[in-house]
Design a protein around this ligand. Sequence first.
Ligand code: ADP
Length: 449
Amino acid sequence: LKEQYDVVIIGSGGAGLVSALQARELGLRPVILEKMPTVGGNTMRASSGMNAAETNIQLREGIVDSFAEFYQETYQGGGRLNDPELLNYFTTHSGQAIDWLRSHGIILNDLTITGGMKKKRAHRPKSTAPIGAFLVNNLLWLLDQVGVPIFTQATVTELLKDDAGKIKGVNVQVAGEPKTIFAPAVILATGGFGASKQLLKRYRPDLLAYKTTNHVGATGDGIILAEHIGAQVLQMEMIQIHPTVQQDTPHTYLIGEAVRGEGAILVDQQGVRFTNELGTRKVVSEQITALPEQAAYLIFDQGVKERVKAIDFYASKGLVVSAATPIELAQKLQLDPTVLADTLIQWNTAVETKRDVKFGRTTGMQRKLEKAPYYAIHVAPAIHYTMGGLHINEKAQVLDQSGNIMAGLFAAGEVTGGLHGNNRIGGNSIAETVVFGRQAGQQAAVYLA
Ligand code: ADP
């Protein structure tokens, strides 16, 4: 670890790794500091995909999409509380972000759909790896090629400003030892605070009882560090609960939206559907929480399993119940067999007629649930994503409490607030790390030119 770099990047999730690569390719000398023993943060856990519009991948599947529709659906899904400037930059740079990844050999040429979206825009790899780990591993390899150093167990504890108020470096604990690193630019890519009881207590004490899908390092450090030197935070109380999280085992496992996107349904303890499974995360979570048992079963068949590679992973962890017939599945789950069988018949009719009379579902209806074996996963809502965070502008510059640009301080990814409004759409967070990670790297280069 040297004493001086062009830019210190705090955090090694998608936002940190992308901004480092972009900055390096523009001639800067970045360093990445990661507090955990392993890299990747919450990004390692992402499984749905990377949303983007107007891509060639979409056109190849006959999907004519537009930035305007992507904007509108994200805006509706976010309760119209999204920052229009950020959302506009995000949607109109999403297609380029897919191309940029492709030009680096990171190919996301399979498409799926997530809750709240009307078109297939979640881009993901064709290979077996879920998107998060795939992205992180590829970026690590690329960063190694261009000589960007990454230090783990390096916790940033303070951001340093000079007398003129410009960023001049950070204090960091490296394996327990305090060090100062000088750099005229800092990119905060520390992720969200879904695992911070302290911040939950401050902003959402009503959620303290919920489990979380987040890694233990998601404690909002970047928000606290920047707030300490005058940064503005916003929408901190907007916290997303993910509807389908398996939490009967000691470790919580998020069951990705792709399972529903490829055709799964949700049933209650009676074996009856109770919602449009592909409504936004907010609505589906509320519907599950409203059930007497506050939990539900995801039900699907072999056809869905073949489309979602992550299901093999869930099965390897013992989370999936399987049976040869719907009747047998119901017996194993202690549901009424005739009711569950009837639910499946009704659902398959809805798929066939393309009309879900009961709940108006219109997506994730490409296949009937009729191919044995049949499967179930027991799920309930858990804290998943923190929409609020640092106030940035479209240049990824952090703003202070009066709305002025903080010279030399940039932020990208979940540490920032405003893009998602009160509900993040699945597939938008990976897209955010790439779009705004690139932007932070680019604007750091402009700032230092
Ligand atoms: P994003 O999706 O926005 O990139 P992630 O959660 O994937 O966010 O990654 C954020 C990373 O930042 C995590 O690996 C986390 O451990 C790391 N991090 C958080 N706080 C600090 C800190 N104070 N110093 C160094 N790294 C940090």
